[in-house]
Design a protein around this ligand. Structure first.
Ligand SMILES: [Mn+2]
Length: 284
């Protein structure tokens, strides 16, 4: 089979698995009261950290362990002329999902959403959505567009968030303080529409928000009926931050990156969440 056919087929299979995830209700993954969820921060094409996660999770051995990945694409490259190879990391993660469909989960992020809606994001002087497309065309030649279309199907299939039975909400981000009063939490109980996903829609707000205030988090806690949030999105040079004792922000896209292994069978506290954070560099 042609390399592009194979890549597209993998992504389409994963899109189908995402939409038919037994844990999915609407656009929310609901985790049981046993086992663990390994929550990550943004990955941004960090191949080595994905390898470390696979090594740590050891999903074949630990069948009650889940892992959530998000913002896998749009690699931070050294020079302006360097290619973005993050599609290879996405394909690697997709293969992990095919190997362990009930344990590997993906959720929506603003970079993936921007790739789908062709909303330009500029980082360090380059438009990352275009750099991604260029990287895919370079890797797959004439099959580039076929792979990009499959990437879009994958992105469209992504759940918006996860919720655990011990009352932790897992998402790429949360609506920013200005968007919280108008946020429509019922978006989590449906498959997001185009309107939900575009600027001004609740799914868009959920993955783009920054600088959360204590009041905004308190409101979200009440609406979502949760106690704590674990997210990525806001860069963390030292790996993580704790905001207003309610929200943990993780980064998994550099050498000081971390992940959080959440025990689903015990009540979660901000202390237990913080204690469960591990540096990726400690994993072989
Ligand atoms: Mn982000």
């Amino acid at each position: 089979m042609k390399q592009a056919d194979q890549a597209a087929q993998t992504l389409l299979q994963v899109a189908d698995l995402n939409q038919n995830d037994p844990l999915l209700n609407g656009s929310l993954l609901t985790f049981p009261n046993y086992g663990q969820v390994v929550m990550t921060g943004d990955l941004h094409g960090h191949r080595r950290n994905l390898e470390r996660l696979k090594h740590y999770c050891n999903l074949g051995q630990f069948q009650a362990r889940h892992v959530i990945l998000h913002e896998i694409i749009h690699e931070e490259v050294e020079g302006l002329a360097d290619l973005d190879h993050s599609c290879e990391v996405l394909l690697d993660a997709a293969q992990w999902k095919l190997d362990f469909p009930e344990q590997v989960h993906f959720i929506q992020s603003n970079h993936e959403l921007a790739q789908l809606t062709r909303h330009d994001i500029t980082k360090n002087g380059r438009v990352v959505t275009l750099a991604f497309e260029e990287g895919v065309r370079e890797a797959f030649g004439d099959g580039g567009n076929q792979v990009l279309e499959a990437v879009n199907s994958y992105i469209r299939s992504l759940p918006l968030a996860g919720r655990t039975s011990n009352r932790v909400f897992l998402s790429h981000s949360l609506p920013g303080p200005r968007d919280v009063p108008d946020f429509d939490p019922s978006v989590l109980s449906r498959v997001p529409t185009d309107e939900d996903l575009c600027d001004g829609g609740p799914a868009h707000a959920l993955v783009w928000g920054r600088y959360h205030t204590a009041d905004a988090l308190a409101m979200m806690r009440e609406w979502l009926d949760v106690d704590f949030f674990v997210c990525g999105h806001q860069p963390q040079d030292t790996g993580y931050d704790v905001v207003h004792d309610q929200m943990v922000i993780l980064a998994s896209d550099h050498n000081h990156g971390v992940f959080l292994s959440l025990d689903l069978s015990k009540p979660a506290t901000i202390e237990s969440l913080t204690r469960s954070i591990r540096p990726l560099a400690s994993i072989p």
